[in-house]
Design a protein around this ligand. Structure first.
Ligand code: NAI
Ligand SMILES: O=CCc1c[nH]c2ccccc12
Length: 303
């Protein structure tokens, strides 16, 4: 079943699921994997200057025979080798073999970015020149986003961030700010609970939903990220998994299933072990002592 198309604040549209090319070994493997992803129905490819595989991704796109307007391409300014934006976008267009990029992102506010307002003004210039259809950010925190918005003439269309049940609580304020400003969230590494923390607290509610729906755990995790309103980015070298991801487009989790996944996620990947509980209790205690000390210093009576 197809994933929903999402609308950006600039009027452009993005497919709700994208195939990511991070960590694919450079060379023919990238061409084969992107080719395979397109063959099962992905029409949205996510790459970056830093992945050093734009050329191979572009080759697969070209070989697919799809019209340029039928494929959505994201790449990112990663600040590689201290390259400026103008040189970087020219390199990316050449590598990918296209005349425009659908979505161009600042890969990280902490990498080779002199200051956010300056770099964002350069990104706006690329959109105004028609080299990129939409511009956005990646790995921007609430503070970074506020700094950018204070001087932006064009708001970012997206913020591409890690979003999975174990970091959902930490990302909530960023999700709220993004919704308020009309910034679409792209969720990367949505499958972290199965790739990195198998056996963690999230497994149980994910498996329960998977059993009810007759699907796999990874499909449930993609459905959870979609339920949070995100465009999801994922990957696999296995065709069967890719087909599963595409088929997850119409999965609907119940409110109770979503709440159970989030409650388990809030325990952290290792759960509420005695170590975590003692650490949390110490933080509360230290906060209390600091607060009490401050009140005493300021002459405020607590009693
Ligand atoms: N802007 C940024 O800083 C970042 C962007 N990204 C983008 O997002 C894309 C997707 O990120 P990923 O971390 O690859 O996504 P992901 O969390 O979807 O992980 C994909 C991996 O999960 C494996 N997998 C799937 N089902 C599994 C299962 N049941 N058990 C065990 N393993 C399973 C797949 O084989 C694949 O290797 C990247 O390729 C990149 O394009 C990723 C990280 C950072
Ligand atoms: O995008 C995924 C992680 C990554 C790999 N290289 C870079 C460079 C800059 C920011 C993030 C990353």
């Amino acid at each position: 079943m197809p994933w929903e198309i999402k609308k950006f604040n600039d009027g452009n549209e993005i497919p709700g699921i994208g195939f990511g090319t991070w960590k694919i070994p450079v060379g023919d493997t990238t061409v084969d994997q992107v080719d395979q992803a397109i063959s099962v129905g992905f029409s949205h490819i996510d790459t970056a200057q830093a992945y050093r595989n734009e050329f191979e991704a572009g080759k697969a796109i070209k070989e697919s025979g799809l019209a340029r307007s039928d494929i959505f391409i994201t790449t990112k300014y990663s600040g590689l080798g201290g390259l400026d934006i103008e040189t970087s976008i020219k390199d990316s267009l050449k590598n990918l073999g296209v005349h425009y990029i659908d979505l161009y992102l600042i890969h990280s506010p902490r990498l080779a970015v002199p200051d956010i307002p300056t770099v964002w003004a350069e990104m706006e210039g690329l959109k105004n020149a028609g080299l990129v259809k939409s511009i956005g950010i990646s790995n921007f925190s609430v503070k970074d986003t506020q700094v950018l918005l204070a001087s932006a003439k064009i708001p970012p269309a997206v913020n591409q961030i890690m979003l999975q049940p174990y970091n959902y609580a930490a990302q909530k304020s960023l999700l709220e700010l993004s919704a308020e400003k009309g910034i679409v969230i792209e969720a990367y590494s949505p499958l972290l609970p199965v790739t990195t923390y198998p056996g963690g607290p999230v497994d149980k509610p994910v498996k329960a939903a998977a059993n009810r729906l007759g699907v796999t755990d990874d499909q449930v995790l993609l459905a959870w990220a979609k339920a949070k309103g995100a465009v999801v980015l994922t990957s696999s070298s296995k065709k069967s998994r890719l087909e599963g991801y595409i088929n997850a487009g119409d999965l609907v989790l119940t409110d109770d299933e979503i709440a159970a996944i989030e409650e388990a996620g809030a325990k952290g990947p290792r759960g509420l072990t005695p170590y975590v509980l003692v650490k949390r209790a110490s933080l509360v205690l230290l906060g209390g002592i600091a607060g009490f000390g401050l009140c005493s210093y300021m002459g405020v009576s607590l009693f």
